[in-house]
Ligand binder design. Sequence first.
Ligand code: ZN
Length: 178
Amino acid sequence: MRPYGAVKGGAPYFEAVLAVVLTFLLAAPLKEAPSIVTIRARRAQELVGQLSAALSIHNQVEVAVVIQHPLVFSVEPLDAGKKRFRLSMELGFLLMLDDDELSAALAHELGHVWIFTHHPFLQTERLANSIGEQVVKRAYFERVYSKMWAYEGTSGVPIGQLLGPDRDVDQQPEQNPQ
Ligand SMILES: [Zn+2]
């Protein structure tokens, strides 16, 4: 077990953030009832496994709960070969999400993983969402964004700039937002 706050190798630009990583071990044997944080973190790791399989992402993606994160949720490679990634989730926001919303948030981050390993110069929020939307309903992404803007106290942006066209509602061809 690593000492509290210790960070090993990789991801140099996130070390400051990871210095506040909660001591949280998915594999640790439990003697007491798990806390809600542990339960949600394990659920997130389980969903990451399912969503990765559905998206044919074979990289190892490990979930970490952090007290504070400037991006709330994020993902970054842990090695130069981009075989392993750490998906960081801010504790307060994680606890606000139900399973559907958590799936959308994780699918978005896995979208970034896919881009990292296929088209690293094309990282955009919109593309990450369009990959995530292959496996999680659009409506759940909308809910996550609403909650995140409320959580951050920001006004947000038009949802059409972040998500693809709503195919459940209209079948019209996609409009180019630019
Ligand atoms: Zn993103």
